[in-house]
Each structure stands twice: as C-alpha cells, then as structure tokens.
Write a new protein. Sequence first.
Length: 280
Amino acid sequence: MYRRVAIVTDSTACLPAQLTDRLGIEVVQIQVRIGDHTDDESRIPVPDLVSAMRSNVPVATIPPDPGAFFWTYNELAASGVRSIVSVHVSSRQSATVEAAREAAAKVRVPVHVVDTHTCGMSIGYAVQAAAKVAEAGGNVEKVLATAQRRFDRSTELIYVDTLEYLRRGGRIGAAAALVGGVLSMKPLLTMADGQITPLDKVIGADRALNRMLDIAIKRAGTDTVDVAVEHFDAPEKAARLLRKLRTGVPNVRQFMLTQVSSAIGAHVGPGALGITVSPV
C-alpha cells in the first residue's frame, strides 16, 4: 500500500534490522568512538566495545550529523511520501533531536521531529506502532498520536552493575547522588523527564534484578502490554528475566529479547539489563 507518512528513528530504538525492513522504518545511526576510531554504531562489534570499556579505552557517542537526516528525509520525499514522522531519543541524553530538526528545516515535505524523552524499546515500541498505522494508510495526525501515546505510557527500568560508565559519559542525571555508595548496593534506574533517575537501590545483584522484575510485573498489571528485555553483554541474565516475565505478566501481546544499541551500551556498561513495559 502507498504510504502517505514515512517513519524515521535513530539506532537507540534498539529495533532488529529485519523488523525495521519489514515495517519500512528508516534508521539513522548514532556513532560510537573507541579511542581514535569512529563509526556508525551498527558497524561497531559489541565484543570490541566491551573490551575497550573494560580496558578503560576512551569511549564516546556522537549524534548523527544533520546531513545524515537530510539525505534520509530527502530520499523519502523523492519517493512520494507527503510527510515524515521522525521519532528520537531524549534530547536530555543526546543532541540527535537537534540534528534532526536542523535537517527537517531544509526538506520540502513536512517533517515532524518528536523528542520522546526516553530511550531504548520505549522508543522501539512507539515506532513500531506508528509504522503500522502509517502502513494502514493513517494520516500524519494519527501516526503522531499513536507514537506519543505509546512512549508516554511506557516504563523503562534499568539495572547497571556500576554507575561509573554513566558518570564517564555525562548521562547520569539525578542518579549522580548514588555515586560513591556501598559497592554491594545495586541501583535500579528509570527514565523520568527525559533523564536517568534513581528508582530504588538494593543490596546484591540478584536481589536488584528480582526487585526490577517485581516492579515490571506491577507496572504491567492486567493491561495488554508489549514487554522487552534489553541487555548489554548479559544474554544469560536477560534470558532468565524474560522467562520470569513470561510467567508473571498475564496479558502480553509481544515479548522481545534484544541487545541494546552500542550507543546505549557505551553509557550503561557491560552487564546492564533493562525491562520495557509498553501498554498497547
């Protein structure tokens, strides 16, 4: 079916390539720099990034150049779409939204740049829902409303082994107050008002993950939800979390297990885990 509205996002949405290809979602890559080497995050092998981080090699993330957005938007306009909805990571975590807006001002079709004030699969599920509305022929207002409703209602829960990587990258936000605590104290974090904020702190990794699981189940309640478990270099722990969620959440439309984008991994660090609960 001819699409009046095209969907663009950035790589922090953590969506598998086969899914974005199937739904016609365009993904603009955030870049990762390891030492003196910079590349699109999709071309940075995760083992290389993990090794660099554990060896204290300088690691940084770089938002897309406005030109990357411009050419993406321009190609979509040339294909005949009437408008573009561009959905992105929180502006309090990245300058990606700013780059998208700069490019949008130079394109001949309307581009609606959306700051989700969140990250990860909270964006991913919103983008999926918006793309399905666009695929069905929905107008831009309906596409925008669908995306907004999904990311506004989503919960992003984050466990990190250490706050050190967030501190290094300057993404620690209100969670900075937890730095310097007892080593066995494991922080649980969430996204609020566009930044990473403390949710709880628990002694011991196993207790912290069980607490995150309990919070996710409570947030899901009896609503119909999509649930994702995200990890960075922690596949076994992520799989265990997913198995427990399958038995604990009664009304799930879609479960997803995914490794977070390298741009997110560069800030949360190896061993990080997340749960996204997104009401349908």
